[in-house]
Design a protein around this ligand. Structure first.
Ligand code: ATP
Length: 366
């Protein structure tokens, strides 16, 4: 098994676009690693540069500790699954799966055995004689995966592997893919623009913006403590509340403090662990709707006051928008606790969930 080391990597297209702009990333042996970011941030270019399909303009790529920066794609030990699966329409499933082995002149009997074994692992038994045109989208996706796995690469690269599937099949394929990756233990890098998919599948996520890394962490880390307001905005199925606020630090500007102070925002106060952020500092306060609690009576301690504007049903939860002195704040509540529009409500949060970002740079302060 192989890890991937990416060092100072830049990929510049002939038109001058720096699609990958100075990246340092280490992918562990056997890790399921997601590249996540908005359209055009350079995810596919990074994947293609790892595969050797785009030349690196600066920096290096190492696979299994071997520098492959200038190695041709076929000799890097990577197997890639493309977004459109790139199956050969005139070949049947078996021939598609074993094509990489045929290219390497592996004997026919071995190829047949590999096709049967891989098809079994991917629930494609009984389909080996069909052409891609006679398969569903989910089956085509599994053939593309089977072909990649049969090629016995050290590293699996997947470009938006689930994007061609409808919503229901996508969820099924997601579970299947996660289990398969666990069972095989193969180092896998996959590209997605879907934050829910990255959170559900990945061991770690690299969040990219304009060719640069904005955060690298476990799904829990990027969800609970986004490193900047860009990631805060991008991660989460309900957007994080980002509110302008001013810090009141009971310890003034002492730099060793991890005391709980408060931040004033429109509509009231929230508690915050303010570390060394001095009193009076102007910040952006980040709080997820899931971490706010809504009450209708009096509460003790710092709170926000407002009126319910509207509630959206999210299934078992409702997302309630509360007007706090002209600023809308989102809070999720169990569906049965949904308050009526116009109701006066109070919002509270634990200090540990209230994040403070630098107002100018958007970087996490505390
Ligand atoms: P998406 O999610 O839309 O696929 P992405 O994050 O994968 O986007 P890339 O496809 O890597 O992004 O593109 C990154 C940047 O490089 C974009 O600005 C894109 O326009 C540019 N780009 C991509 N391919 C080329 C190319 N062959 N020549 C020139 N510029 C390119």
């Amino acid at each position: 098994m192989a890890g991937i080391d990416i060092e100072g990597l830049a990929t510049v297209y002939p038109n001058g676009v720096r699609a990958v702009d100075g990246l340092d990333v280490h992918v562990e042996h056997g890790e399921f690693f997601a590249l996540l970011g908005p359209s055009g941030c350079g995810k596919t270019t990074l994947l293609r540069t790892i595969a050797g399909l785009e030349p690196a303009s600066e920096g290096r790529v190492r696979i299994d500790a071997v520098d492959v920066t200038r190695t041709e794609p076929g000799k890097r030990g990577v197997a890639m699954v493309f977004q459109d699966y790139a199956l050969f329409p005139h070949m049947n499933v078996s021939e598609n799966i074993t094509y990489p082995l045929k290219v390497r002149r592996v004997a026919m009997a071995t190829r047949t055995a590999t096709a049967e074994r891989t098809a079994g692992a991917l629930s494609l038994q009984g389909l080996l004689d069909r052409k891609p045109g006679q398969l569903s989208g989910g089956q085509q996706q599994r053939v593309a995966l089977a072909r990649a796995i049969a090629s016995e690469g050290k590293v699996l690269l997947l470009d938006e592997p689930l994007s061609n599937l409808d919503a229901r099949l996508r969820l099924e394929a997601r579970t299947f893919l996660k289990k398969l990756q666990r069972d095989l233990g193969i180092t896998t890098v996959f590209v997605t623009h879907d934050q829910a998919e990255a959170l559900a599948l990945a061991d770690r996520i690299a969040v990219m913006e304009a060719g640069k890394l904005r955060q690298l962490g476990t799904p829990r880390e990027v969800f609970a403590r986004p490193a900047n307001t860009f990631v805060a905005n991008f991660i989460g199925s309900t957007p994080m509340n980002l509110l302008p606020g001013t810090v009141s630090n009971p310890n003034g500007s002492r730099r060793d403090s991890d005391a709980v102070g408060t931040v004033s925002v429109t509509g009231g106060l929230l508690p915050a662990t303010i570390f060394s952020v001095p009193s009076g500092a102007e910040v952006t306060v980040g709080i997820r709707p899931e971490y706010l609690t809504l009450a209708t009576g009096d509460v003790s301690g710092p709170s926000l006051r407002g009126q319910v504007v509207v509630a959206e049903n999210l299934g078992t939860q409702s997302l309630v928008s509360v007007d706090c002195d002209g600023t809308l704040v989102g809070v999720t509540v169990p569906e049965e606790d949904e308050p009526a529009p116009g109701a006066p409500v109070v919002l509270t949060a634990p200090a540990s969930r209230v994040l403070l970002y630098d107002r100018e740079s958007g970087e996490l302060l505390a």
